[in-house]
Design a protein around this ligand. Structure first.
Ligand code: ATP
Ligand code: SF4
Ligand code: MG
Length: 330
Protein backbone atom coordinates (compact mmCIF):
# COMPACT_ATOMS: atom_id res chain seq x y z
CA UNK A 1 0.00 0.00 0.00
CA UNK A 2 1.34 3.45 -0.90
CA UNK A 3 2.32 5.66 1.99
CA UNK A 4 0.03 8.58 2.68
CA UNK A 5 1.42 11.60 4.48
CA UNK A 6 1.44 11.67 8.26
CA UNK A 7 -1.27 13.84 9.78
CA UNK A 8 -0.17 13.30 13.36
CA UNK A 9 2.93 11.73 14.71
CA UNK A 10 3.40 10.87 18.38
CA UNK A 11 7.08 10.34 19.17
CA UNK A 12 8.52 8.68 22.28
CA UNK A 13 5.74 10.03 24.48
CA UNK A 14 6.13 9.45 28.22
CA UNK A 15 3.37 10.30 30.69
CA UNK A 16 3.59 9.66 34.43
CA UNK A 17 1.01 9.89 37.20
CA UNK A 18 2.35 10.73 40.60
CA UNK A 19 0.74 10.20 43.97
CA UNK A 20 2.29 10.68 47.39
CA UNK A 21 4.39 7.58 47.31
CA UNK A 22 4.55 6.25 43.76
CA UNK A 23 5.07 7.14 40.12
CA UNK A 24 2.95 5.26 37.59
CA UNK A 25 4.58 5.17 34.16
CA UNK A 26 1.26 5.06 32.31
CA UNK A 27 2.71 5.82 28.86
CA UNK A 28 6.33 4.82 28.63
CA UNK A 29 7.85 5.91 25.32
CA UNK A 30 5.04 5.43 22.82
CA UNK A 31 5.36 6.30 19.13
CA UNK A 32 2.64 6.08 16.50
CA UNK A 33 1.41 7.92 13.45
CA UNK A 34 -1.96 8.48 11.84
CA UNK A 35 -1.85 9.34 8.17
CA UNK A 36 -4.29 11.36 6.16
CA UNK A 37 -7.51 9.49 5.42
CA UNK A 38 -6.66 6.36 7.34
CA UNK A 39 -8.12 4.62 10.37
CA UNK A 40 -5.58 3.54 12.94
CA UNK A 41 -6.44 1.42 15.97
CA UNK A 42 -4.69 1.48 19.34
CA UNK A 43 -5.54 -1.83 20.98
CA UNK A 44 -4.64 -3.34 24.33
CA UNK A 45 -6.01 -4.47 27.68
CA UNK A 46 -7.47 -2.13 30.27
CA UNK A 47 -4.90 0.19 31.87
CA UNK A 48 -2.23 -0.12 29.16
CA UNK A 49 -2.27 3.62 28.44
CA UNK A 50 -4.52 3.99 25.39
CA UNK A 51 -6.67 6.82 26.72
CA UNK A 52 -3.77 8.65 28.33
CA UNK A 53 -1.84 8.63 25.07
CA UNK A 54 -4.90 10.03 23.23
CA UNK A 55 -5.71 12.67 25.86
CA UNK A 56 -2.10 13.88 25.60
CA UNK A 57 -2.76 14.81 21.97
CA UNK A 58 -5.51 17.16 23.05
CA UNK A 59 -3.69 18.54 26.09
CA UNK A 60 -6.31 17.01 28.39
CA UNK A 61 -4.13 15.20 30.91
CA UNK A 62 -5.02 16.21 34.47
CA UNK A 63 -1.87 17.82 35.78
CA UNK A 64 -1.26 17.10 38.61
CA UNK A 65 -1.34 14.15 39.08
CA UNK A 66 -0.38 13.60 35.43
CA UNK A 67 2.80 14.87 33.82
CA UNK A 68 4.02 14.64 30.24
CA UNK A 69 7.64 13.82 30.90
CA UNK A 70 9.03 13.77 27.38
CA UNK A 71 8.31 13.22 23.72
CA UNK A 72 6.66 15.23 20.98
CA UNK A 73 3.33 15.22 19.18
CA UNK A 74 3.64 16.68 15.70
CA UNK A 75 0.48 17.90 14.00
CA UNK A 76 0.72 19.94 10.80
CA UNK A 77 4.36 20.61 11.58
CA UNK A 78 3.70 21.87 15.13
CA UNK A 79 4.65 20.15 18.36
CA UNK A 80 1.34 20.19 20.26
CA UNK A 81 3.17 19.68 23.55
CA UNK A 82 4.76 23.11 23.15
CA UNK A 83 1.53 25.02 22.47
CA UNK A 84 -0.24 27.27 24.97
CA UNK A 85 -3.82 26.57 26.09
CA UNK A 86 -5.32 29.05 23.60
CA UNK A 87 -3.59 27.54 20.60
CA UNK A 88 -4.47 24.05 21.79
CA UNK A 89 -8.09 25.07 22.10
CA UNK A 90 -7.98 26.24 18.49
CA UNK A 91 -6.58 22.87 17.40
CA UNK A 92 -9.25 21.06 19.46
CA UNK A 93 -11.95 23.24 17.97
CA UNK A 94 -10.92 23.21 14.34
CA UNK A 95 -8.75 20.23 13.56
CA UNK A 96 -9.00 17.39 16.08
CA UNK A 97 -12.10 16.17 17.90
CA UNK A 98 -12.80 13.33 20.29
CA UNK A 99 -15.69 10.96 20.96
CA UNK A 100 -15.77 9.18 24.32
CA UNK A 101 -17.14 5.89 25.54
CA UNK A 102 -20.22 6.95 27.48
CA UNK A 103 -22.34 9.57 25.71
CA UNK A 104 -24.68 10.04 28.69
CA UNK A 105 -21.86 11.48 30.77
CA UNK A 106 -20.60 13.67 27.91
CA UNK A 107 -24.00 15.11 26.94
CA UNK A 108 -25.57 17.71 29.21
CA UNK A 109 -28.90 16.32 30.50
CA UNK A 110 -30.58 19.73 30.86
CA UNK A 111 -30.10 20.91 27.25
CA UNK A 112 -31.76 19.54 24.13
CA UNK A 113 -29.82 17.71 21.45
CA UNK A 114 -30.37 20.69 19.13
CA UNK A 115 -28.99 23.15 21.70
CA UNK A 116 -25.88 21.08 22.20
CA UNK A 117 -25.10 20.56 18.52
CA UNK A 118 -25.75 24.20 17.62
CA UNK A 119 -23.43 25.21 20.46
CA UNK A 120 -20.74 22.88 19.10
CA UNK A 121 -21.08 24.55 15.68
CA UNK A 122 -21.14 28.10 17.09
CA UNK A 123 -17.93 27.59 19.05
CA UNK A 124 -16.15 27.05 15.75
CA UNK A 125 -17.64 29.64 13.46
CA UNK A 126 -19.81 32.71 13.18
CA UNK A 127 -23.00 31.64 11.44
CA UNK A 128 -26.52 33.10 10.85
CA UNK A 129 -29.30 31.52 13.00
CA UNK A 130 -31.28 29.90 10.12
CA UNK A 131 -28.09 28.56 8.57
CA UNK A 132 -27.11 27.26 12.01
CA UNK A 133 -30.35 25.29 12.27
CA UNK A 134 -29.93 23.86 8.75
CA UNK A 135 -26.35 22.83 9.48
CA UNK A 136 -27.41 21.14 12.70
CA UNK A 137 -30.16 19.17 10.91
CA UNK A 138 -27.68 18.21 8.19
CA UNK A 139 -25.21 16.91 10.79
CA UNK A 140 -27.97 14.84 12.41
CA UNK A 141 -28.80 13.41 8.97
CA UNK A 142 -25.11 12.73 8.28
CA UNK A 143 -24.88 10.56 11.39
CA UNK A 144 -28.02 8.64 10.48
CA UNK A 145 -30.53 10.13 12.95
CA UNK A 146 -34.00 9.64 11.51
CA UNK A 147 -36.58 12.44 11.84
CA UNK A 148 -33.85 14.94 12.82
CA UNK A 149 -36.31 17.86 13.13
CA UNK A 150 -38.09 15.97 15.91
CA UNK A 151 -34.92 14.74 17.63
CA UNK A 152 -33.65 18.35 17.63
CA UNK A 153 -35.92 19.13 20.59
CA UNK A 154 -35.29 15.90 22.49
CA UNK A 155 -33.25 15.68 25.68
CA UNK A 156 -30.44 13.10 25.89
CA UNK A 157 -32.43 10.71 28.11
CA UNK A 158 -35.14 10.48 25.42
CA UNK A 159 -32.71 8.86 22.97
CA UNK A 160 -31.34 5.32 22.85
CA UNK A 161 -27.66 4.66 23.61
CA UNK A 162 -26.90 4.28 19.91
CA UNK A 163 -28.67 7.55 19.02
CA UNK A 164 -26.80 9.37 21.79
CA UNK A 165 -23.51 8.12 20.41
CA UNK A 166 -24.57 9.33 16.95
CA UNK A 167 -25.27 12.76 18.47
CA UNK A 168 -21.80 12.78 20.05
CA UNK A 169 -20.33 11.96 16.66
CA UNK A 170 -22.36 14.80 15.09
CA UNK A 171 -20.91 17.19 17.69
CA UNK A 172 -17.42 15.92 16.97
CA UNK A 173 -18.01 16.53 13.25
CA UNK A 174 -19.23 20.09 13.82
CA UNK A 175 -15.76 21.52 13.21
CA UNK A 176 -15.02 19.38 10.14
CA UNK A 177 -12.06 17.77 11.89
CA UNK A 178 -9.11 16.34 10.02
CA UNK A 179 -8.63 13.83 12.85
CA UNK A 180 -11.32 12.21 14.96
CA UNK A 181 -10.21 10.33 18.05
CA UNK A 182 -12.79 7.75 19.10
CA UNK A 183 -12.13 6.24 22.53
CA UNK A 184 -14.08 2.98 22.92
CA UNK A 185 -17.18 4.67 21.45
CA UNK A 186 -19.12 1.41 21.10
CA UNK A 187 -18.17 -0.42 24.29
CA UNK A 188 -21.38 0.48 26.14
CA UNK A 189 -23.60 -0.51 23.20
CA UNK A 190 -25.05 -3.86 22.26
CA UNK A 191 -23.44 -5.77 19.41
CA UNK A 192 -25.88 -4.80 16.65
CA UNK A 193 -25.76 -1.10 17.50
CA UNK A 194 -21.97 -1.34 17.84
CA UNK A 195 -21.76 -2.68 14.27
CA UNK A 196 -23.94 0.20 13.02
CA UNK A 197 -21.77 2.83 14.72
CA UNK A 198 -18.61 1.25 13.28
CA UNK A 199 -20.22 1.31 9.84
CA UNK A 200 -21.13 4.95 10.35
CA UNK A 201 -17.59 5.91 11.36
CA UNK A 202 -16.18 4.07 8.36
CA UNK A 203 -18.46 5.83 5.92
CA UNK A 204 -17.86 9.25 7.54
CA UNK A 205 -14.11 8.68 7.41
CA UNK A 206 -14.40 8.09 3.66
CA UNK A 207 -16.95 10.75 2.76
CA UNK A 208 -15.13 13.44 4.75
CA UNK A 209 -11.59 12.25 3.96
CA UNK A 210 -10.91 12.28 7.71
CA UNK A 211 -8.38 10.34 9.68
CA UNK A 212 -9.60 8.30 12.63
CA UNK A 213 -7.65 7.18 15.68
CA UNK A 214 -9.80 4.45 17.15
CA UNK A 215 -9.10 3.16 20.66
CA UNK A 216 -10.37 -0.23 21.71
CA UNK A 217 -9.60 -3.36 23.71
CA UNK A 218 -11.57 -5.44 21.20
CA UNK A 219 -9.70 -7.12 18.33
CA UNK A 220 -13.03 -7.87 16.65
CA UNK A 221 -13.56 -4.12 16.29
CA UNK A 222 -10.01 -3.71 15.00
CA UNK A 223 -10.61 -6.28 12.24
CA UNK A 224 -13.72 -4.36 11.26
CA UNK A 225 -12.41 -0.84 11.05
CA UNK A 226 -8.61 -0.44 11.04
CA UNK A 227 -6.19 0.10 8.17
CA UNK A 228 -3.26 -0.18 10.57
CA UNK A 229 -2.95 -1.31 14.16
CA UNK A 230 -0.72 -0.55 17.14
CA UNK A 231 -0.85 -3.08 19.97
CA UNK A 232 -0.09 -1.59 23.40
CA UNK A 233 1.03 -3.42 26.51
CA UNK A 234 1.96 -1.82 29.83
CA UNK A 235 2.55 1.64 28.38
CA UNK A 236 4.55 0.64 25.31
CA UNK A 237 3.79 -0.37 21.72
CA UNK A 238 4.67 -4.05 21.32
CA UNK A 239 3.57 -4.55 17.72
CA UNK A 240 2.46 -2.50 14.74
CA UNK A 241 1.29 -3.64 11.33
CA UNK A 242 -1.31 -3.36 8.60
CA UNK A 243 -4.47 -5.03 9.85
CA UNK A 244 -4.38 -8.07 7.55
CA UNK A 245 -0.75 -8.71 8.46
CA UNK A 246 -1.40 -8.43 12.20
CA UNK A 247 -4.25 -10.94 12.11
CA UNK A 248 -2.55 -13.42 9.81
CA UNK A 249 1.06 -13.17 10.97
CA UNK A 250 1.12 -11.83 14.55
CA UNK A 251 4.74 -11.56 15.63
CA UNK A 252 4.55 -10.66 19.31
CA UNK A 253 3.58 -13.26 21.92
CA UNK A 254 1.10 -10.79 23.44
CA UNK A 255 -0.67 -10.24 20.10
CA UNK A 256 -0.64 -13.98 19.54
CA UNK A 257 -2.26 -14.47 22.95
CA UNK A 258 -4.91 -11.83 22.27
CA UNK A 259 -5.77 -13.47 18.95
CA UNK A 260 -5.88 -16.94 20.49
CA UNK A 261 -8.37 -15.69 23.06
CA UNK A 262 -10.80 -14.44 20.38
CA UNK A 263 -13.94 -16.56 20.11
CA UNK A 264 -14.60 -18.03 16.67
CA UNK A 265 -16.83 -20.68 15.16
CA UNK A 266 -14.15 -23.36 14.87
CA UNK A 267 -13.53 -23.17 18.63
CA UNK A 268 -17.21 -23.74 19.46
CA UNK A 269 -17.64 -25.88 22.52
CA UNK A 270 -14.00 -25.49 23.57
CA UNK A 271 -12.90 -23.41 26.53
CA UNK A 272 -11.61 -20.03 25.42
CA UNK A 273 -7.90 -19.43 25.85
CA UNK A 274 -6.91 -16.54 28.09
CA UNK A 275 -3.40 -15.16 28.57
CA UNK A 276 -2.21 -16.32 32.00
CA UNK A 277 -1.47 -13.70 34.67
CA UNK A 278 -2.52 -10.07 34.76
CA UNK A 279 -1.32 -6.76 33.34
CA UNK A 280 1.33 -5.13 35.53
CA UNK A 281 0.55 -2.14 37.70
CA UNK A 282 2.16 0.86 35.94
CA UNK A 283 3.80 1.84 39.25
CA UNK A 284 5.42 -1.59 39.60
CA UNK A 285 6.37 -2.74 36.13
CA UNK A 286 8.67 -5.72 35.92
CA UNK A 287 12.18 -5.02 34.63
CA UNK A 288 13.11 -6.04 31.08
CA UNK A 289 10.30 -6.92 28.72
CA UNK A 290 7.12 -6.00 30.62
CA UNK A 291 5.37 -9.05 29.17
CA UNK A 292 7.93 -11.56 30.50
CA UNK A 293 5.94 -12.77 33.56
CA UNK A 294 3.15 -13.90 31.20
CA UNK A 295 5.19 -14.96 28.20
CA UNK A 296 5.60 -18.63 27.22
CA UNK A 297 8.79 -17.82 25.25
CA UNK A 298 10.63 -15.77 27.88
CA UNK A 299 14.36 -16.38 28.26
CA UNK A 300 16.73 -15.01 30.93
CA UNK A 301 17.59 -11.87 28.97
CA UNK A 302 13.89 -10.92 28.75
CA UNK A 303 13.94 -10.29 32.50
CA UNK A 304 16.82 -7.82 32.17
CA UNK A 305 16.51 -5.75 29.02
CA UNK A 306 13.44 -4.09 27.48
CA UNK A 307 13.64 -5.18 23.83
CA UNK A 308 13.80 -2.89 20.81
CA UNK A 309 11.37 -3.22 17.91
CA UNK A 310 12.32 -5.87 15.31
CA UNK A 311 11.49 -5.00 11.70
CA UNK A 312 9.68 -7.61 9.61
CA UNK A 313 9.34 -5.30 6.59
CA UNK A 314 6.23 -3.63 5.14
CA UNK A 315 5.91 -1.53 8.30
CA UNK A 316 5.42 -4.59 10.46
CA UNK A 317 7.39 -4.28 13.70
CA UNK A 318 7.28 -6.32 16.88
CA UNK A 319 9.13 -5.90 20.15
CA UNK A 320 10.31 -9.47 20.58
CA UNK A 321 13.84 -10.43 19.54
CA UNK A 322 13.32 -14.00 20.74
CA UNK A 323 10.65 -14.79 18.14
CA UNK A 324 12.46 -12.67 15.56
CA UNK A 325 15.57 -14.79 15.85
CA UNK A 326 13.51 -17.94 15.44
CA UNK A 327 11.77 -16.68 12.33
CA UNK A 328 12.73 -13.30 10.89
CA UNK A 329 10.86 -14.18 7.66
CA UNK A 330 11.89 -11.15 5.59
N1 ATP B 1 -6.17 10.59 36.48
C1 ATP B 1 -5.33 9.59 36.76
N2 ATP B 1 -4.72 9.51 37.97
C2 ATP B 1 -3.85 8.53 38.26
N3 ATP B 1 -3.50 7.54 37.41
C3 ATP B 1 -4.07 7.56 36.20
C4 ATP B 1 -5.02 8.57 35.80
N4 ATP B 1 -5.41 8.32 34.52
C5 ATP B 1 -4.73 7.19 34.15
N5 ATP B 1 -3.93 6.74 35.15
C6 ATP B 1 -3.04 5.58 35.08
O1 ATP B 1 -2.64 5.37 33.75
C7 ATP B 1 -2.81 4.03 33.36
C8 ATP B 1 -3.31 4.02 31.95
O2 ATP B 1 -4.64 4.50 31.93
P1 ATP B 1 -5.51 4.61 30.61
O3 ATP B 1 -6.79 5.25 31.02
O4 ATP B 1 -4.74 5.28 29.53
O5 ATP B 1 -5.74 3.08 30.23
P2 ATP B 1 -6.56 2.49 29.02
O6 ATP B 1 -5.63 1.67 28.20
O7 ATP B 1 -7.31 3.58 28.32
O8 ATP B 1 -7.56 1.50 29.78
P3 ATP B 1 -9.12 1.21 29.55
O9 ATP B 1 -9.19 0.18 28.46
O10 ATP B 1 -9.57 0.67 30.88
O11 ATP B 1 -9.81 2.50 29.20
C9 ATP B 1 -3.79 3.42 34.35
O12 ATP B 1 -3.40 2.14 34.68
C10 ATP B 1 -3.70 4.31 35.56
O13 ATP B 1 -2.81 3.72 36.46
S1 SF4 C 1 11.02 -10.30 24.57
FE1 SF4 C 1 10.96 -12.22 25.76
S2 SF4 C 1 9.35 -11.91 27.32
FE2 SF4 C 1 9.14 -10.29 25.79
S3 SF4 C 1 7.63 -11.08 24.39
FE3 SF4 C 1 9.62 -11.67 23.54
S4 SF4 C 1 10.04 -13.70 24.41
FE4 SF4 C 1 8.37 -12.85 25.56
MG1 MG D 1 -9.31 4.04 28.18
Amino acid sequence: MANKTDLISVNKLKVNFRNNTEIARAVDGVSYTVRREETVCLVGESGCGKTVSALSILGLIDSPPGEIVSGEILFAGKNLLKLGEQELQRIRGNHISMVFQEPLTSLNPVFTIGDQITEAIRIHKVIAPDELYERCIQLLKDVGITAPQERFNDYPHQLSGGQRQRVMIAMALACDPELMIADEPTTALDVTVQAQILQLLKSLQRSRSMSVLYITHDLGVVANIADRVYVMYAGIIVEQAYTYQLFHHPRHPYTQGLLASLPNLSKRGQRLYSIPGTVPNPAHKPPGCPFHPRCPFAIDNCRIQCPEMCNYGNEHLARCPVLYEKNPDI
